[in-house]
Design a protein around this ligand. Sequence first.
Ligand code: ADP
Length: 675
Amino acid sequence: MKPANPGSRRQRIILYYAMAVALPGILLGYMAYRGIRNDQALREKESLRKLEANSQTFFSEIDSSLVKFMNEQTADPMFSDSRHADTSILIFFVKDINGLKTLITHHLLYLPSELLTVKQKQSGHAASMKEGQKLEFTERKFPEALKFYQDKVLRTTSKVEKMQALVASARLYNKMNQTDQAKSLYYEIRKNYQDGLLNGEIPTGLMASLEILKINHERGEKDEMRNNSRQYLELLLHPPVEYGNNQFDMFYQSFREIGQEQDKAIDSLITVIDTLRIKTDYLIKILKGTDLIQASGNNELKGNRNEVYVTPYNSPELSAVCLSWENSNGQQMGIIVDFPAYMKSVSEKLIQKTDPDSSISLKIEDNDGKIVFSRIINEGAIYLSFPFPDNLPKWKLLLSEYRPGFFPSLFRAGSGIYLLIFILIILFMILGFAFTIYTLNVELRLNKLKSEFISNVSHELKSPLTSIRMMTEMLHNNRVKTDERKSAYYSAMLEESEHLSHLIDNILDFSRMDEDRKKYNFVDLDLNELIGKFIESIRERLAESGFDIRYNHPDQTPLIKADKDAILQVIYNLVDNAIKFSGTSREIDIDLVPKTDELQFCVKDYGIGIPAKDVEKIFDRFYRSEQPQLLGIRGSGIGLTIVKKITEAHNGHVTIESCPGKGSLFCVHLPLQGS
Ligand code: ADP
């Protein structure tokens, strides 16, 4: 027989697997994958549409919020007071028909001279101070000069004159090195004349503050100086009175020259002032130019219905929008809004209107790519970028839709079903593969066992045949002389042929059982008689090899319905095994025990026994334990399979108890008739 080539067989099975499972699986998987991709593309399209609509809502919300903002600002009776105007308003101006620009309110650090409200030097009162100045500057009679100014303070009714006299007194104290008095006088001036302008141009509060700082510096009053510095910078940042660029520069420069202790608050105030200064310069440039109104008037990208025109200002210095409109007198009004500050204050509200159910993540990016505002619902999502419309600064709105996690989306209509199919296919393919490998292994193991079986059986058949042939030859050639020897040869030949016959019966039975072709002929059977006869037939042969078989049975045993030949095969196989696996022991016990509902037939040996791991397997076809193979005990591995099948065909069962090295007990339980 041609031996099976396990390698090629394995390849064939894997090929079948590939054709039957893997290929259709891959095909279906690919289709599911395409389905998922299509579905994803559709969802992405839908999401894009949604986000686009969101961005549109967001931008139009900005427009209407700007108009609302403009209405609020102009309706406020306090609007002309810069302290009450919204902090995001940089300039609120009006331009009359002659083109004259006037500032209503602003948040500038300083103003160009043409826009200063107080333009002329208030020199009217200088005359009344002349005498004091003569005493102070020409004759250098400080005490007299001081007395003159102090008298002035007491006598004058003019606020400006009083302020001038106080400042002059403080100055004289300083000159006379009476810094205590000078300082307290400057404190008083700073407190009472913060919004005063000395000689119509010098901001009195700032001037007094600077003088105090100088005294602090000279006298080494560090803590006081630190506090005063902060106040000073606050005054520069929020000037209570308008003054020009030169004044600002002078005060700012003088402050920097005095030198400061390290202080975080002071540093950050300086940074704010520096930025605002750049903005102020830029805004003054805009104010001086003509482009401001033109840009607003001709703005084709007009904001909307209320005829408010929105114009963007985009530059590294400033990101702003100018809202402009015409009032009832035909004057052009305009508000320049600090866009970042404005967006900071309204973003939350705008987003609420754009996306009331909070399903999108949102970021606002300025023209430098810096995130100005963000509301993130799910981190790591992909953002779509929408540029702000042309009437606003060149910012970007980044939107990303919230996507449910893997499992929720798996059960969502559409992609979920594809994904499910996809996963099932992969699962089936893996299972199919595992199953193929498993069956492949089982098949190969069975193949190996079959090959072993064939070689074992061939041997089993060959050895009795050889001895029969040898003995026949010797008899035929008259080489056996005595009658006694001849008789021994004949009985040996009979025994060998009986063994052969049993072996062939076994093989035939096995093949019939394997194909379910085995027929049984049930008759009333006296098992006791059958066992007795069987033992008699083998006793002599066993006695020769020293075996002692003990048969225990009651006098009377009930008959059973059974197939005589089949049951004889069972007895033969069990006793044959007991003999084969007895090792050095020469004792075998056979017991026939009638119970109420069954008849037990047991064969017990005291031989090599069976390891626990094999007890379950020895009834499997072709299975043989390792030890008998190692000991060279021949066998086919089908004896017990036949025992089990025949017993089961009689509605019975087989039990086994075994201990390696001590022996085994096999019991066949056959049901009694009628039970
Ligand atoms: P075999 O032809 O090998 O005896 P069987 O199907 O009768 O085939 O038995 C299967 C295996 O069970 C044996 O190879 C042996 O390992 C084990 N076996 C069966 N009977 C006994 C026994 N009485 N003692 C020890 N091992 C046994």
